[in-house]
Design a protein around this ligand. Structure first.
Ligand code: SAM
Length: 247
């Protein structure tokens, strides 16, 4: 699938390791350019979207489009067993290495040929032991995946060629009373999704149209996120976040 190929590139792998695992000092080094406060508030996106699930302990969680895996680890704070699935084999390989307790070296791009060496690691073994990762297609998930207390899909829908295929599978993935968190920046682009598969109207109306027969919408709001490309170029975006409870 050509639309997912950019997520197999070393550049995107490094950007996502930084996005998911770098601390404030690594994103905004002291000698770097002045950054508006709003940029700092956009850090920790993986933890903030997962923070929209209730805090009670749960058994099974599913993180679709998990990339290099930080939101899967975050779900494991309150979930006994979490599966992270992503289409990108290189993202899944990185998540698996971290899950096995390895320290992953990667580079932060400054400009031109200038890079800074960094590392990612997940220290908490009890969290790592609750997580597993696998390569898979969110539009064609394996039949024996089972049913989940919590399903998370952050910034995935508008990267799928057929997002409806996922929306139609969701009622079977979430147990009655279970929770679903969907985040999307609604950046519908022809390179990922053919225009005839985009929402006919706005994304929130489209989500309601397809999900309200099986879910209650319990919350909707916004979460900003920041992806650092170089020392002087950042993508600041705002995701629409919706929280649903399975009827
Ligand atoms: C914009 S990124 C978001 C990643 C992560 N959830 C986050 O918020 O940082 C989109 C992710 O969806 C993955 N993806 C694209 N197509 C997919 C598919 N058909 N099935 C599963 N994952 C897919 C990409 O590999 C990438 O990791």
């Amino acid at each position: 699938m050509s639309s997912a190929n950019i997520y197999e590139t070393p550049r995107l792998l490094e950007e996502y390791l930084l996005f998911h695992y770098a601390n404030g000092q690594e994103i905004f080094p002291e000698n770097g350019p002045l950054c508006p406060a709003g940029m700092r508030e956009a850090m920790g996106f993986c933890q903030r979207t997962v923070g929209h699930f209730s805090r009670e302990p749960a058994c099974r969680g599913l993180d679709l489009g998990c990339a290099v895996g930080a939101s899967t680890f975050a779900m494991a704070q309150h979930c006994e067993q979490v599966i992270g699935i992503d289409f990108s084999q290189s993202f899944i390989d990185a998540a698996l290495a971290l899950q096995q307790g390895k320290t992953l070296p990667y580079r932060r791009h400054e400009e031109a040929h200038v890079f800074t060496e960094l590392t990612a690691a997940v220290g908490d073994r009890s969290i790592r032991d609750r997580c597993s990762y696998e390569q898979g297609d969110a539009m064609k998930l394996r039949d024996d995946l089972g049913i989940f207390d919590r399903v998370h899909a952050a910034n995935l829908l508008c990267r799928l060629p057929r997002p409806l295929a996922l929306l139609e599978r969701l009622p079977d993935l979430v147990r009655v009373g279970g929770e679903l968190v969907i985040a999307t920046p609604c950046t519908w682009l022809e390179e990922f999704t053919p225009p005839d598969q985009w929402p006919e109207v706005d994304t929130i109306s489209w989500l309601k149209h397809h999900l309200l027969t099986s879910f209650d919408l319990t919350w909707q709001g916004h979460e900003p996120f920041l992806i650092r490309e170089t020392a002087r170029k950042f993508q600041w975006s705002s995701a629409l976040v919706t929280v649903w409870r399975r009827l």
